[in-house]
Write a protein that binds this ligand. Structure first.
Ligand code: GUN
Length: 283
């Protein structure tokens, strides 16, 4: 029977450690601050941002929300970011993706000071990660949270065959760098890959970040494999499901992250953890 990788449990541990750090900082009169910029009325984005705000408040992090209508100008967003860059009470700035089509998302990201880029999306931070530099810099929260999860479950990545499905800037590419930095043998497969499942079937660890339900099923994995399901999809009944469709009773998958309750809580816990780390680095 397939075993569950409990993201909620590990996220609770990470959040407890973050809260303890916030309490230490409070003794020095310091409160970490996280600014979140939300544009438009995308329901999934609103839901994520609400969860982030709630968790920040719960952990004692100062949450600064900036919401804008979908027709906000790029100049207004850029001015907002510039003023947050100069606000010493703000340690992390996050612009919830996706942005409306009239806004150049890359230009917006590049306006964030690299030291405040809590998502790790700025080219300077992406470069730091790919070069595996030994210094303090933020890393994309979903892949970083996945690494924490694998570490807590004592998964040995050194020399492991890791297959990443998807090559987005938010998950696939930073995941690839983190796995390479952990000495895994990494393959990234995507929409142009021929015979994609030949790769997943040969992997010790599969990370699926496609955003398509039924993308992978039981027969697409090696028996005993670790499967990290990053998918957050709504099925035909409006139920949240991942990319992987499997039978928990009969599956030969070794370990899998459930959806919900796997990667999702880890992303938020990592965002809070990183906000507090960035506050510490700034002192
Ligand atoms: N949209 C989906 N995932 C993310 C994320 O991790 N960060 C931001 N800023 N937007 C997202």
């Amino acid at each position: 029977m397939v075993e569950m990788i409990d993201g909620r449990k590990v996220a609770k541990e990470v959040n407890a450690a973050t809260k303890a750090k916030v309490e230490e900082l409070a003794k020095k009169g310091v409160t970490p601050g996280l600014a979140v910029i939300l544009v438009g009325d995308n329901q999934a984005s609103q839901r994520y941002v609400h969860m982030k705000e709630k968790k920040a408040v719960e952990l004692g992090i100062n949450s600064i929300m900036k919401t804008f209508p979908a027709d906000v100008s790029e100049a207004t967003l850029i001015d907002t970011i510039k003023s947050l860059n100069n606000d010493s009470a703000v340690n992390g700035i996050l612009v919830q993706a996706p942005l409306p089509a009239h806004i150049d998302e890359q230009k917006v990201i590049e306006t964030i000071k690299p030291e405040k880029d809590v998502d790790g999306f700025h080219p300077i931070n992406v470069g730091n990660l790919f070069l595996n530099l030994d210094k303090k810099y933020p890393v994309a929260c979903t892949p970083k949270g996945i690494m924490t999860l694998l570490e807590k479950y004592n998964v040995n990545l050194d020399g492991a065959k890791v297959v990443i499905v998807g090559r987005s800037s938010i998950v696939g590419k930073p995941m690839l760098a983190l796995m390479l930095n952990a000495n895994a043998t990494v393959t990234d497969v995507h929409s142009h890959t021929k015979n994609l499942k030949d790769y997943t079937r040969d992997a010790d660890v599969v990370v699926s970040a496609v955003g398509k339900s039924n993308m992978l099923t039981d027969g697409d994995f090696k028996p005993g494999a670790y499967v990290i399901d990053v998918g957050q999809n709504l099925d035909e009944n409006g139920k949240l499901v991942g990319d992987v469709n499997y039978n928990p009773e009969t599956s030969k998958i070794g370990y899998i992250t459930p959806v919900p309750g796997g990667v999702g809580p880890m992303t938020i816990a990592t965002l809070m953890q990183q906000t507090v780390e960035m506050c510490e680095w700034s002192l």
